[in-house]
Design a protein around this ligand. Structure first.
Ligand code: NMX
Ligand code: MLT
Length: 435
């Protein structure tokens, strides 16, 4: 079958024409005014970035290349006997806008397995990290260090022509995604596991290999969970902290390892990807305080005590979404199918009924509904992956898919250095004094 690289190369000139036509017809048109409040307010709603893999609608949630999560679950190729989409297919979709064949997805699994090995100095770097260093910091160190063998960095030093940037970026991106299971697996085993890491099985898919490296390869349901997990966490348009950071750093022509290492450092923040860890810590504290089978009143009191303590309810709210995150719903459906009677899942369901009204009553959060992170830890805990400090690493493995796809397009389209304008408060005051 045609490889992803061959198909991508065919699409580049077509996309150049597409962008040229868009800019010719619409290039001079304005989105609308930019307010001073947006400058102070985290640029919320400011149209500023091109991102092709996905677009987020505030009410409906994410669409990957125009397809909803249920549509991806239906249309993307599955593993033999599996019912969740293979993330390999999602990557193909993110990069090309097309649904691949089963053979194309199998070829991608084999290609990633063949690229999976880590340089021994990166293994040693991970092994040298103290067990007290957060797994996300270890992850970021290892990904950044892969820059040692970057095809893009080397090609740039060798004087590669601008038109060819995409090619070594593609190779680096494929290497990056392929090596993440070995990095994640090594960190996990060093911190929480025992024994030697198993070898990558070149006949198996990416999610099986990741699960196996973590010690869950024999658990078919866990492998299915990983397929769903990576698919839904892969991309969330371009403005979220990890995606935007990767694009920004990549715009300086830093290679994909440096760019994605920076993404990971953003994902490691508690308002972003670390929220999946925070949710589990918050749930465990709640159980300690109110017991395993709490009344609604006891749960409400705990939620209020969080808010009164000046803390956020982790897993709730969103900068763009204004409804329940469809990634939450997809995970809830997985739980209803695989673990309907799990007590922690029941507690998460109970919280879902109580938090939105409380956040509305508190009157601050613009979105009282749960996001992706409110549900992921419960599923992992059920299968025995209960070391919540590790949860954001799995988010990171997934997010590489979306960031890498856009980095490849950015280099293929000759995306410029990002450099928005900033102002001081003094300057703003003067600028708007008489308007
Ligand atoms: N609990 C308590 N307060 C909240 C929450 C929440 N879950 N969500 C928003 N608020 C507050 C927010 O802190 C802000 O307070 P203040 O005016 O004192 O600064 C106010 O409501 C208005 O914030 P919004 O405009 O609704 O939200 P914003 O776009 O600034 O932030 C989040 C979005 C996601 C950072 C915010 O909702 C939050 O902190 N949620 C909890 C953490 C979380 O789950 N993050 C994960 C997001 C998904 N991901 O994976 O990245
Ligand atoms: C994400 O997946 O990146 C989060 O939901 C945060 C966001 O979209 O801002």
């Amino acid at each position: 079958p045609q490889t992803l690289k061959e198909r991508f190369a065919e699409l580049i000139p077509l996309e150049h024409e597409n962008v040229k036509a868009i800019r010719k017809e619409h290039g001079h048109k304005a989105f609308g005014p930019v307010t001073v409040d947006q400058v102070y307010g985290g640029m919320r709603g400011l149209p500023a970035l091109l991102w092709d893999g996905s677009v987020l609608d505030a009410e409906e949630g994410i669409r990957f290349r125009g397809k909803t999560i249920p549509e991806c679950q239906e249309l993307l190729p599955k593993a033999p006997g599996g019912s969740e989409p293979l993330p390999e297919g999602l990557f193909w979709l993110l990069l090309t806008g097309e649904v691949p064949t089963v053979e194309q997805v199998q070829a991608l699994s084999a290609d990633w397995a063949a690229r999976a090995a880590l340089p021994s100095f990166v293994e040693e770097l991970i092994d040298a990290c103290p067990s007290t260093l957060h797994p996300m910091s270890q992850f970021s160190i290892a990904v950044t260090a892969l820059n040692h063998d970057s095809a893009f960095a080397k090609a740039y030093q060798d004087g590669v022509h601008k038109k060819e940037y995409w090619e070594p970026t593609f190779e680096d991106s494929m290497d990056l995604i392929a090596k993440l299971p070995n990095i994640a697996g090594r960190i996990y085993r060093n911190l929480f596991g025992s024994g030697k890491l198993p070898a990558i099985d070149p006949t198996k898919d990416y999610s099986y290999n990741l699960s196996n490296l973590l010690g869950f390869g024999d658990n078919q349901a866990f492998v299915e969970l990983m397929r769903l997990y990576i698919t839904i966490h892969s991309d969330h348009e371009g403005g979220n902290v990890s995606a935007h950071t990767g694009k920004l750093v990549g715009s300086a022509l830093s290679d994909p390892f440096l760019a994605f290492g920076a993404s990971l450092n953003g994902l490691a923040g508690p308002l972003h990807g670390l929220a999946n860890q925070e949710v589990l810590i918050w749930l465990q504290r709640m159980i300690k305080q109110v017991g395993e089978n709490p009344s609604d009143d006891a749960v409400k009191e705990y939620i209020w005590s969080t808010l009164k303590g000046g803390q956020v309810v982790p897993g709730y709210g969103h900068a763009v979404l204004r409804k329940t995150d469809p990634r939450y719903t997809a995970q809830r459906e997985f739980a209803l199918k695989h673990l309907p009677n799990d007590p922690l899942f029941k507690l998460v369901g109970q919280i879902y009924k109580l938090v939105p009204d409380i956040l509305l009553a508190a009157g601050k959060a613009k979105n009282p509904w749960p996001n992706v992170d409110a549900h992921s830890g419960v599923l992992l805990t059920y299968y025995g992956l209960d070391q919540m400090k590790f949860y954001t690493v799995l988010f990171g493995v997934s997010r590489a898919f979306g960031v890498a796809a856009q980095l490849i397009w950015d280099r293929a389209l000759g995306a410029p250095l990002e450099r928005p304008k900033s102002y001081s408060s003094e300057h703003l005051k003067k600028m708007f004094a008489n308007r």
